[in-house]
Design a protein around this ligand. Sequence first.
Ligand SMILES: *[C@@H]1O[C@H](CO)[C@@H](O)[C@H](O)[C@H]1NC(C)=O
Ligand SMILES: *[C@@H]1O[C@H](CO)[C@@H](O)[C@H](O)[C@H]1NC(C)=O
Length: 772
Amino acid sequence: MRPENLRFFTFTIFTVLVLQVDSTQPPFSCDSSNPSTKTFPFCKTTLPISQRATDLVARLTLEEKISQLVNSAQPIPRLGIPGYQWWSEALHGVAYAGPGIRFNGTIKRATSFPQVILSAASFDANQWYRISQAIGKEARALYNAGQATGMTFWAPNINIFRDPRWGRGQETPGEDPLMTGKYGVSYVRGLQGDSFRGGEINGPLQASACCKHFTAYDLENWNGTSRYVFDAYVTAQDLADTYQPPFKSCVEEGRASGIMCAYNRVNGIPNCADSNFLSQTARAQWGFDGYIASDCDAVSIIHDAQGYAKTPEDAVVAVLKAGMDVNCGSYLQKHTRAAVDQKKLSVSEIDRALHNLFSVRMRLGLFNGNPTGQQFGNIGPDQVCSQENQMLALDAARNGIVLLKNSAGLLPLPKSKTMSLAVIGPNANSVQTLLGNYAGPPCKLVTPLQALQSYIEHTIPYPGCDSVQCSSASIDGAVNVAKGADHVVLIMGLDDTQEKEGLDRRDLVLPGKQQELIISVAKAAKNPVVLVLLSGGPIDVSFAKNDENIGSILWAGYPGEAGAIALAEIIFGDHNPGGRLPVTWYPQEFTKVPMTDMRMRPQPSTGNPGRTYRFYEGEKVFEFGYGLSYSDYSYAFASVAQNQLNVKDSSNQQSENSETPGCKLVSDIGEEQCEHIKFKVTVSVKNEGQMAGKHPVLLFARHAKPGKGRPVKKLVGFQTVKLGAGERTEIEYELSPCEHLSSANEDGVMVMEEGSQILLVGDKEHPVTIIV
Ligand SMILES: *[C@@H]1O[C@H](CO)[C@@H](O)[C@H](O)[C@H]1NC(C)=O
Ligand SMILES: *[C@@H]1O[C@H](CO)[C@@H](O)[C@H](O)[C@H]1NC(C)=O
């Protein structure tokens, strides 16, 4: 027996003894009560994470290694390592979906913040950060209470809301790449615990965030094409300035510890098998140092549905070689061994993945023994559904809800003069609609009907439709109720029977007989009515915009556990609405564009009118950034540090491969020079109204000369101000021309173009000239 084998032998005996004493898996790795394991180098917290991970991986047998490549990672009792569940969800609060979290112990609920699309409408990055910080704390409290078998959360969803029909658009912060990137950064920093150094390379993580779905994923199932087989044809130009920027920010600035590769293919290659995206772009170019998970069953489909891989083993080889680390599903557990035996895969590819996986688990503190007394170990159940978190959920809804129409100042309704209120519509008393998808059990929940009842005692509820689908409506009944009330609030819109994961919409108009019901009720009512829309995606409500019987329209997204309270406060004037739309609201006619057409830029030959406010030039129901308030705000450019930006550098030659005259590749200008030419823009804002309010101020830029695939305009900065009636303030934006005034050329390279650009805030413009 060689010494090596001898060691193995003693080990085996020892393991057997341990198992006899205690057959259950250990609760924590590196537990000090387990003398056989705590001496391993991978347990030594004084060693660098990378060294600890290397030590651990080297101790595993091939079977053990393979057992770690799937979301339900098996325990390794001989090394004192418990099982680990990679899959948990926390999109807008710790959620049910994902087997890593159980609400069956001390903690039975979690704060349910508004669905992301509504939080986005506040344009308040600080608020986004505070929300995910709260989610991260609640997640850690669940772990400490023994109700989590993992701390890796598969959020945020930072795909661009490219098409208004997308069922998962509600999960995203909208259609703008800069804003989506900023949302991703805020979410990741808050959840991972930026203040706990969760953004440092190998720094400790409160919880782990995962930027998904990488990349160009934004179609569920449309006209017979499902996300599992969809091959998204994406141009280099669109990839560079639409699809990739949020992921770049999420990794570079957010320092996310996870990425999820998407189901779909991009230009023929399945995302999870694309080494150009996973290894060259994310890891090498952006410096990503976390783990990459597949979407659930996204590996099996590479063989089973897409036929991209000839055999299951080929699929396994393709994803591991591309740089994926863990498979949601069981495909890698089933087929990796055969891939190794067939010599298609070397064990070093597996080790590479395991190193990433165990590094993240170690950063989460899960190899430091009992967490009590450790950095995140004292976050208790009292941190879940705390007053503070519930207030934050309410605030997020208040700041997100968008006032779309308010003719003749119908809103706010007078509290004292409204003696009776009819509350009509299928969403008036629905609990499920308020939460949106990927929700958890809310701390407490108030429906719109209940919230309105707390203002007006004499409230007459009437659903009017059999369901949100509204294939059958009781229009006469609704009309009678409306006739008898001083005011009418209609609570209509969508829910998860219309839009959700796996389900895109076919139409943009309201489902079934909803529109007919609204028009009839509005016509019969004593006063113009208030129309409230609950939905993730935009709805073509042109009819309501133009109907004088409909005085006001509010969009409230899916506003979360406290959203109905915020809605009632706005309706009765206890809160001044300030949200602005994070997506373009298109007319129904837009649905003639195939959802499968990924092009952002208009293409006359196919009839594609372009997508999102950056490229779409057709009719809009409401535009990106639109939103009224009970106050008016006025803007002025107070100062712009430089009107002429000289990007020229004495040593810098015109690049050889830059063929457009007067056009300089940003990559040639260099980071340092970009730092150099940052400049400040100061905008003054005044609340011209009678009511204090919170107001997001959006700064856009556009080329003086449109065309050549340039965006119509693009968001370059946003900030939120709180202003009392008549109050004025100044906001400073720092612009980096390399980031904000550049655009993607057809090769997918960001370039600076010589000439004039215009800065825009509200109806005010300010020119800047770029000299290259
Ligand atoms: C909660 O559910 C998990 C998974 O089903 C189970 O293992 C655990 O024992 C349950 N805990 C309680 C307290 O019921
Ligand atoms: C839907 O698919 C059918 C069959 O492939 C095709 O004929 C039709 O044009 C598609 N619809 C749209 C709106 O593209």
